[in-house]
Ligand binder design. Structure first.
Ligand code: B12
Length: 210
């Protein structure tokens, strides 16, 4: 019998979530569909946190459950059969924000599609990002952001790239729960999405010159 995955994540039923994810893999369900359902559950936990029905401990637990889901799904993500690097990406969550689950999905999918990814981690200061761009000369810079307060830091980062004459040679993409088309304009990014796979498809299409 099929279990409501988002509901099980919302109720923080770790064992049930992991069993169901395993069962869905065995029955041939799409990895990205499974991920999306779990993400919906995380959003529900977030809503409960906002209304005071859940506490920080529940947020932490939901994060641990999601990491377990990722560990189960990772070996089943399709690896593109190529030795050629499609392009280079620097990914980070900037200063003030430590959410990394979405960022790490993007990193995994990019690598699976043949991109070389420099994952700078979380809470990354703008000057560290700029130094890394100078050194790596990536085709793309990706920011993941889950906090409204982080929006201005992403803008500072793009401004710093412009100031250092680095912006023209790369595309900036942003994603993560709080980002919107409007924030893309504010930050000065080229692309925004709430869907990791869509972000990867964007990178592929830029590299293919579409
Ligand atoms: C889990 C969680 C945590 C965990 C994070 C664990 C971890 N290792 O990441 C912990 C417990 C640490 C945490 C802490 C906090 N959190 Co929190 N957290 C969440 C929660 C429930 C889920 C986030 C998540 O991982 N979702 C699943 C992932 C897969 O989704 P995603 O990030 O959106 O990623 C997808 C896409 O957006 C896309 N994507 C993501 N990034 C990128 C980047 C690029 C380039 C691309 C192309 C695509 C892309 O790909 C992914 C898959 O498709 C959210 C609720 C929510 N609505 O999101 C709150 C939430 C983000 N947290 C919130 C808050 C307030 C906090 C705290 C301030 C709480 C506190 N009082 O301490 C702290 C902040 C600490 C800090 N300085 O960063 C608020 C933010 C509100 C706001 N608007 O600013 C939220 C929205 C909860 C709420 N509704 O109030 N949190």
């Amino acid at each position: 019998m099929s279990v409501n995955l988002a509901g099980a994540v919302e109720k923080l039923e770790k064992d049930l979530v992991l069993q169901e994810v395993q069962r869905r893999i065995e029955t041939g369900d799409e990895v990205l569909m499974i991920l999306e359902e779990c993400r919906n559950g995380m959003t529900m936990v977030g809503e409960k946190f906002q209304t005071g029905e859940a506490y920080l401990a529940e947020l932490i637990l939901s994060g641990e459950i999601f990491k377990g889901v990722m560990n189960t799904l990772k070996p089943h993500m399709k690896q593109e059969d190529t030795n050629e690097t499609k392009g280079t990406v620097i990914m980070s969550t900037l200063e003030g924000d430590i959410h990394d689950l979405g960022k790490d999905i993007v990193v995994t999918l990019l690598e699976a599609r043949g991109f070389k990814v420099h994952n700078l981690g979380v809470n990354v200061p703008v000057d560290v990002l700029v130094d890394s761009v100078k050194e790596v000369k990536p085709d793309f810079v990706g920011f993941s952001s889950l906090l409204t307060t982080n929006m201005k830091v992403m803008k500072q980062a793009v401004d710093a790239l412009i100031h250092n004459d680095l912006r023209a040679n790369l595309k900036v993409l942003i994603g993560g729960g709080i980002t919107t088309e409007k924030s893309k304009e504010y930050v000065g990014a080229d692309f925004q999405t709430l869907d990791a796979n869509e972000g990867v498809n964007y990178c592929v299409s830029v590299m293919e010159g579409d």
